[in-house]
Every structure is written in C-alpha cells, then in structure tokens.
Design a protein. Structure first.
Length: 277
C-alpha cells in the first residue's frame, strides 16, 4: 500500500511540473533589428515592449511564477548578422524547494558576425532546499560581440534566510568562431550556506555574479577600474583569451547589484528599464 501511494504521489508531482520553451531569431530589416520566427510553449513567454531605432529589447516572462524541482525551461535565441538584441527578465527568478529532481534551465545563444547580444536577466534567487541545473551554451561568430551577466542569490539576507541544503550546478560554454574560449562549471550542493561561509569560497557572501564581455581586453578592465572604484563588495576583474570578465561577491544582494550595474555602465551598456524600476 505504501509503495502504491508513493508511486501515485510521484506521478502527480511529475504531472504538475512546469515546462516552458522560447525560441526566436532576430534579423535586420531595412537596417533595423526586428523579430523573426518566434516559438513559445508552456509557461515561458517573451515580450518585446517597444520598438527601437536600431536595437531590439526582449523580456522573458515565466508565467509559472517561479521554478520548482522537476521543472524544465529551454531558451534558444539567434541574432543574425548586424543585429543588436538585449534580453532581460520581467522580475527576479525564484527557485523554490525541490523535494525530488532538480529543475533544469537550458540556454542557447547564437550571435552572427557584426551582431551584438546583451544577456541581462535579473537575479536568480534560491530558497532553502532549492535544486537547479543550468546550462548556458554560446556560439559566437568571429565578428560577434557579447555582454552577459548572471546574478545568483542564495537566500534573502534581508529576510534572515539562508540555504542549509540545496543544489546549484551552473555550466557555461562559450565558443567563438567554432573555438572554445571559455568553459566553467560551478557546483554547490549540500549545506550551501556553510560552504559559502568558507574564506576560500565566498567568505560569508550570499550573492555572487559574473559579467562576461566579448571582445574584451586589459584596456577595458583598466577603464572599469578607473570608473567604478570603490566597490561595495568584492569584485575581481581580468582579461584573457579575447574577453574580459568581472566576478562579484557580497553579503548583501542589493550592494552586489549596485556593483554589477556600475560595471555594466562602464562597459557602455544601456541597462534595461526593468533594472531601473
């Protein structure tokens, strides 16, 4: 009887998992970036809030109201030659407790020659016992450019929340002209709060972020340092292999966000309006 009840509960759990997918491309029309073919399914949507003279802005919306264990979301975006596209999210994405399998988020970004893509979602906030596996695959043609920012918050410090258990797996792969230029996989599991407290990991920080700029060099890094210092939290800047990177860590997510916004502005990026509300 117990086995049958457990199996029925598992079936109900699986049937109630959120699924969502967005796939679209942008292309030039009379010198202006415009949306091409768009596919949406499940609880994931994309909206284009206003026309622009040159670039195009897109906002991803998760109508499920958050991410929970067993959910799966797939995003596939292509920017054709000469286009400019900025993507963000309608709000911070919340990842809730997962009693079973981890949630999956798969992101594929393709940027053609002379095209620029800015991937600037708002924060991903993980609650205690949240589990998520995210994969970001980026394919840049030789003359493409990219600005990518991801912020992860492990428990809302202002609410006294900490992550005592959970799983966060974040896999990034960036290729340029078919050549792998950056590969990284971050894995935090178990008592994430205890691990983040260790000096060699985050020294008590509950919020981390990465900004990746392609192309990027030491000149850009020097400009960011000159423009933004001093920072509220810990920030590391470096350049190699044709790109620049900034790493952020702070105990307070709002301070980290301010540091991130300063660095993004120093790169010359125009922040999405939703970041400023």
């Amino acid at each position: 009887m117990h086995s049958g009840t457990s199996g029925a509960a598992s079936a109900v759990f699986a049937a109630n998992r959120a699924r969502g997918a967005v796939a679209f491309e942008v292309a030039l029309r009379d010198g202006v970036t415009r949306r091409g073919v768009l596919h949406e399914s499940g609880s994931l949507r994309v909206r284009f809030p206003s026309p622009e003279d040159h670039g195009l802005s897109a906002v991803l919306v998760n109508t499920a109201g958050g991410i929970a264990g067993g959910d799966r979301f797939d995003i596939d975006i292509s920017a054709a030659e000469g286009t400019r596209l900025t993507l963000t999210t309608a709000a911070a994405e919340k990842v809730y407790r997962a009693p079973g399998a981890a949630a999956e988020l798969n992101i594929g970004l393709k940027v053609a020659n002379r095209a620029h893509l800015s991937w600037l979602p708002q924060e991903t906030i993980l609650f205690d016992a949240a589990k998520i596996a995210r994969s970001i695959d980026i394919d840049l043609q030789a003359g493409a450019s990219l600005l990518l920012c991801e912020i992860a918050v492990f428990g809302r410090a202002a609410m006294g929340e900490t992550m005592r258990d959970g799983s966060f797996v974040d896999r990034w792969r960036v290729r340029q002209g078919g050549r792998l230029i950056f590969a990284e996989t971050v894995r935090l599991d178990g008592d994430i709060g205890e691990k983040l407290a260790r000096p060699a990991i985050a020294r008590g920080g509950a919020a981390v972020a990465t900004v990746l700029v392609v192309p990027g060099d030491e000149t850009l890094v020097a400009r960011i340092r000159d423009t933004c210092a001093p920072f509220s939290g810990e920030v590391g800047l470096s350049a190699w292999n044709g790109f620049a990177m900034a790493r952020f860590c702070a105990q307070d997510a709002s301070r980290l966000r301010a540091d991130v916004m300063a660095v993004l502005a120093a790169t010359g990026a125009q922040l999405p309006r939703l970041w400023l509300n």
